[in-house]
Design a binder for this molecule. Structure first.
Ligand SMILES: CC(C)(COP(=O)(O)OP(=O)(O)OC[C@H]1O[C@@H](n2cnc3c(N)ncnc32)[C@H](O)[C@@H]1OP(=O)(O)O)[C@@H](O)C(=O)NCCC(=O)NCCS
Length: 178
């Protein structure tokens, strides 16, 4: 189980208990619902995360609309952030349909990677979706990132078109929400 996914009742806005994560790392980033006024800062954070993967400036332009969080997703509580004094990372999911939801975005600030922020955010998304009766989540990952989701228990399901770059296929995965 992903740390944090055992959180009971995950109505947003929420702070998810991250007991397992605390045990493993000794410290946990607080997770809460994103605020509307944070939208631009979250897009900037995601662009930094994407650029850290070595994406060229030309291709980065194509990612801007995909990494711009829709106001209705924030208002609906489908965008979660990890934040201390600064924003550390953000995750978002689509509206659930028939027990299935899509992880639409997960970005950790390059300055805050390898501290468990991605794990904590994914765990919070899982807890929120499980509380809504969702049992499976689809994920589209950058090639170098699919390993992170496999590490979290997701199973590769093939490839699907990139939401940003025409003609580019990205690894797709499925995570059973336990
Ligand atoms: C991938 C990402 C979310 C990982 O976040 P993170 O906070 O560094 O991850 P964690 O510290 O929680 O790492 C958890 C585990 O996953 C592993 N991991 C992290 N990144 C990995 C990767 N790219 N491949 C394989 N394993 C990875 C870690 O080593 C760690 O394993 P451990 O528990 O054995 O030590 C982050 O690097 C990121 O945001 N990358 C950019 C992603 C992107 O482009 N997003 C935009 C489109 S949605």
């Amino acid at each position: 189980m992903i740390p944090g996914a055992d959180a009971a009742g995950a109505a947003a806005p929420t702070v998810v208990p991250l007991a397992a994560w605390r045990r493993a790392h000794g410290i946990a980033p607080p997770i809460r619902a994103a605020r509307p006024e944070e939208s631009a800062a979250l897009t900037t954070l995601c662009l930094r995360a994407k650029a850290s993967l070595g994406v060229s400036e030309d291709l980065m332009r194509l990612w801007v609309p995909v990494l711009t969080l829709p106001a209705e997703a924030i208002a609906a509580g489908r965008v979660l952030v990890a934040a201390e004094t600064a924003l550390l990372g953000v995750a978002a999911h689509g509206p659930p349909v028939d027990g299935l939801a899509e992880l639409t975005l997960l970005c950790v600030d390059p300055a805050a990677t390898a501290r468990g922020v991605g794990t904590a955010l994914l765990g919070a998304v899982v807890a929120r979706l499980r509380a809504q009766g969702v049992r499976r989540m689809t994920i589209l990952a950058e090639r170098g990132i699919a390993g992170f989701y496999r590490r979290m228990g997701a199973v590769p399901t093939g490839f699907a078109p990139s939401p940003a770059i025409p003609g580019r296929m990205l690894p797709s995965l499925l995570l059973e929400l336990r």
